[in-house]
Ligand binder design. Structure first.
Ligand code: GAR
Length: 215
């Protein structure tokens, strides 16, 4: 199977982007990162992408008068590079229905919570405020409703006494860096597919035991 041509969209430091770039270097990875785009010219991740030898471009949303014109520029650049698949990795711009529908089934996002809990921002603060004992991250297909798309993969971490937003974010980020490459691999090799608004899986699972926290 030919390797899928992937673009990563970022807005910030790009640690998930780095984990995807590193994973995709494996010769058997079913996708290849061809492009990194940021809506913020000052995103730290752009330098990291260039250091990794990738084209890394900023398309500054502030230079466009409407969301649509910004997204048309984004879409034109993706098309020019022959991109087949998009990974949002800390991309902090809400996308319009036009863009999302254009890339339906071909765009993933990572979100720092166990969706459908804690959609939106400040997920770790809200998890601590609610007193949940497990928290985590989710990779999902992007749909027009924010953080609501069909789920491809999730990782769970315990919330422990004394946790702060920072300690929880750090514990989850370790898992994000493992989860996103795994999920992208499954989507690129077709073992996780979007079908009728749900994710269809064609690999066998070892269901294992329950996760307990505490314990
Ligand atoms: C990650 O924790 C990611 O889950 C989150 O932003 C961070 C980006 O970090 N994404 C969202 O909140 C999307 N709504 P990174 O730039 O180091 O990958």
């Amino acid at each position: 199977m030919s390797r899928r041509r992937i673009a990563i969209l970022i807005s910030g430091r790009g640690s998930n982007m780095v984990s995807l770039i590193e994973a995709a270097r494996a010769p058997d990875f079913p996708g290849e990162i061809f492009l990194v785009l940021s809506n913020r010219p000052d995103a730290g991740g752009l330098d990291l992408a260039r250091e990794a030898g990738l084209p890394a471009l900023a398309i500054d949303h502030k230079a466009y008068s409407t969301r649509e014109s910004f997204e048309q520029a984004l879409d034109a650049t993706l098309t020019e590079h022959g991109i087949e698949f998009i990974c949002l990795a800390g991309f902090m711009r809400v996308l319009t229905n036009w863009f999302v529908e254009r890339w339906a089934g071909r765009m993933l996002n990572i979100h720092p919570s166990l969706l459908p809990l804690f959609r939106g921002t400040q997920t770790h603060r809200r998890a601590l405020d609610e007193g949940v004992l497990v928290h985590g991250c989710t990779v999902h297909f992007v749909v027009p409703e924010l953080d609501a798309g069909p789920i491809v993969a999730q990782a769970v971490v315990p919330v422990v006494p004394g946790d702060t937003e920072e300690s929880l974010a750090a514990r989850i980020l370790v898992q994000e860096h493992k989860l996103y490459p795994q999920a992208l691999r499954m989507v690129c090799d077709g073992s996780a597919r979007l079908e009728n608004g749900r994710v269809a899986f064609s690999q066998s699972w070892d269901a294992g035991g329950a996760l307990h926290s505490p314990g």
